[in-house]
Design a protein around this ligand. Structure first.
Ligand SMILES: *[C@@H]1O[C@H](CO)[C@@H](O)[C@H](O)[C@H]1NC(C)=O
Ligand SMILES: *[C@@H]1O[C@H](CO)[C@@H](O)[C@H](O)[C@H]1NC(C)=O
Length: 405
C-alpha cells in the first residue's frame, strides 16, 4: 500500500507542476511559428478563385491583404492554450501593425524580433536574459563556455547564472568536477571527460591507467593500471547455499540451484553435493523418484505422487485424512456446520461483503490514475482560469489526503 500511496502523492505533485504557466516567451515563439506556417500555407492561395483587377485595386494584392492576415491569425494558436489566445487577443493591434507596416515594406521582416523581443517584450535575443536582456555570463557568443545553460537565456526571466552540464563546475563551467579530467583545454574551450570506473576519484587521463588512486575493489597493477580484484578468490564470504560471482570492482553472492547443497555456480551440474531428495547422476543432481521405493506412504489407502525434491502421500479418491489415517468422506459435515449457531461471528456471506467493502474503501491504482487523469484534463481545458483550477486542486488535495496520508 505504501507504493500505492507514494504513487498517488507523486502524481499529485506532477499534476500541480502541470499548471505552472508556460513561460511567456515560449507562447510568443509558438505564435511566431504558426504565423510562419500560415504564411507558407497561404502563399499560393488566392481568395475567391483569382484576383480581378477591381479586387487588386481596391483591396491590394492578396499577398499583403487583410484577407490573408485573417486566415493566418485564425490559426495562430495550434495548441489551443489559454495563454496563447490571451496573448493573441491582447496584441492583436501589434500583429496588424506588423502586417500592414513592417511586412508590407519588407517581406522577410523578422516577426519574432519585432513582436516577442521589441514590442511584447517577453523574449530576449540569443545569449541574453532577464527584464532588460542582460548578457549571460561568459563569452557573448558562447556563454557558460558552452558547457552549461545560462538561466533564463532568451527570455525576460532568469538569473543569468550558469547551470553546468555534468562533469563541469565553476561560475563559467570552465573547470572539471572531481572524477573528471581535462581532456583538452585552451583559452576559450575546455572538455572534461569522466575518469575510468576503477579510479577512486581523480585521474589524469582516460582508462584504468590514468587513475591517481585505485578505488575500492581495484588494485594497482604495473601493466594494466587499476585492475579488478577477484574477491571470490580472496576475501569474499557467501552464506551456505550460495555461490560467489565476481563483478567489476565488486562481487555478489547468489543462491545455488535448489538441487544443490553448496555449489560453484548456478545449475544442477555445478553442485558440490546434492540436496536432500536429489541424487548425483552424470555429474548433475537429479530428482529422486521416492514413489519407486516400497511402502513409502506407509498406508495402503494412500497414493504417492513424486515432486521435485520430494513426494506427496495423499488419500485415495473418496477418502479424507484425519489424524494421519484415511477415513471415508463424511457426507453431512457441511450441513452440521451450518446448523451450529454462530451469533456473534460473521457468517461467510458477511465476511465476503465485508471484504468487498474493504476493497472499495481503498480504490485500486487504476482508480487513482483515472481521477488524476480527469483532474489533468479538466485543468487543461480551463488552463489559466485560476479560480477553477484552485477549486479542482482543493478537491484533489482532499482526495489525496484521504488515501495517501
Ligand atoms: C581551442 O580549442 C577548440 C577546440 O577544442 C578550437 O576550436 C579553438 O580554435 C581553440 N582556440 C584556440 C585559441 O586555440
Ligand atoms: C484425532 O485425535 C484427537 C486427539 O489425538 C482426538 O481428540 C480426535 O477425536 C481424533 N479424531 C478422529 C476423527 O479420530
Amino acid at each position: 500500500m505504501t507504493v500505492n500511496r507514494l504513487t498517488v502523492f507523486s502524481l499529485f505533485i506532477i499534476s500541480l507542476i502541470e499548471y505552472v504557466a508556460l513561460d511567456k516567451c515560449s507562447v510568443c515563439r509558438g505564435i511566431i511559428d504558426n504565423f510562419d506556417e500560415g504564411l507558407k500555407k497561404t502563399a499560393k492561395a488566392n481568395f475567391g478563385g483569382g484576383n480581378t483587377r477591381w479586387e487588386e485595386k481596391s483591396l491590394g494584392s492578396y499577398a499583403t491583404s487583410e484577407t490573408r492576415l485573417v486566415e493566418i491569425v485564425e490559426n495562430l494558436c495550434s495548441k489551443d492554450t489559454k495563454e496563447c489566445h490571451t496573448m493573441v487577443e491582447e496584441y492583436e493591434d501589434l500583429v496588424e501593425n506588423f502586417w500592414f507596416n513592417q511586412f508590407q515594406k519588407k517581406r522577410d521582416a523578422d516577426f519574432f524580433q519585432w513582436l516577442c523581443i521589441e514590442n511584447v517584450k517577453v523574449c530576449c535575443p540569443k545569449n541574453t536574459y532577464g527584464p532588460s536582456c542582460s548578457q549571460c555570463k561568459g563569452d557573448k557568443d558562447r556563454p557558460c563556455t558552452s558547457n552549461g545553460k545560462c538561466d533564463g537565456e532568451g527570455t525576460r526571466e532568469g538569473t543569468g547564472k550558469c547551470n553546468c552540464d555534468s562533469g563541469y563546475q565553476g561560475d563559467l563551467c570552465d573547470e572539471c568536477k572531481d572524477a573528471y579530467f581535462e581532456e583538452s583545454k585552451n583559452d576559450t574551450h575546455i572538455t572534461c571527460t569522466a575518469c575510468h570506473m576503477s579510479c577512486k576519484s581523480t585521474c589524469w587521463e582516460a582508462g584504468p591507467k590514468g587513475c591517481d588512486e585505485c578505488g575500492k575493489g581495484w588494485e594497482q597493477n604495473e601493466e594494466e593500471g587499476c585492475k579488478d580484484i577477484n574477491e571470490c578468490e580472496t576475501d569474499a564470504t557467501c552464506e551456505n547455499g550460495q555461490y560467489c560471482s565476481n563483478t567489476q570492482g565488486s562481487y555478489h553472492c547468489a543462491t545455488c540451484h535448489k538441487a544443490c547443497d553448496g555449489c560453484t555456480l548456478y545449475g544442477i551440474d555445478k553442485c558440490d553435493k546434492c540436496a536432500e531428495g536429489y541424487t548425483m547422476e552424470d555429474n548433475s543432481c537429479k530428482d529422486v523418484d521416492e514413489c519407486l521405493l516400497e511402502d513409502i506412504c506407509e498406508d495402503e489407502n494412500k497414493v504417492c505422487t513424486n515432486k521435485d525434491g520430494g513426494y506427496d502421500c495423499k488419500c485415495k479418491d473418496g477418502l479424507i485424512e484425519e489424524n494421519n489415517t484415511c477415513i471415508p468422506k463424511p457426507k453431512d459435515i457441511p450441513k452440521k456446520k451450518e446448523s451450529k449457531p454462530h451469533k456473534k461471528k460473521f457468517s461467510s456471506k458477511d465476511k465476503k461483503s465485508l471484504k468487498k467493502r474493504n476493497k472499495y474503501s481503498q480504490p485500486s491504482l487504476l482508480v487513482h490514475f483515472a481521477i488524476l487523469g480527469l483532474y489533468a484534463l479538466c485543468g487543461l481545458l480551463v488552463r489559466g482560469n485560476v479560480v477553477i483550477i484552485s477549486v479542482l486542486t482543493v478537491f484533489l488535495g482532499i482526495y489525496v489526503y484521504w488515501f495517501a496520508i
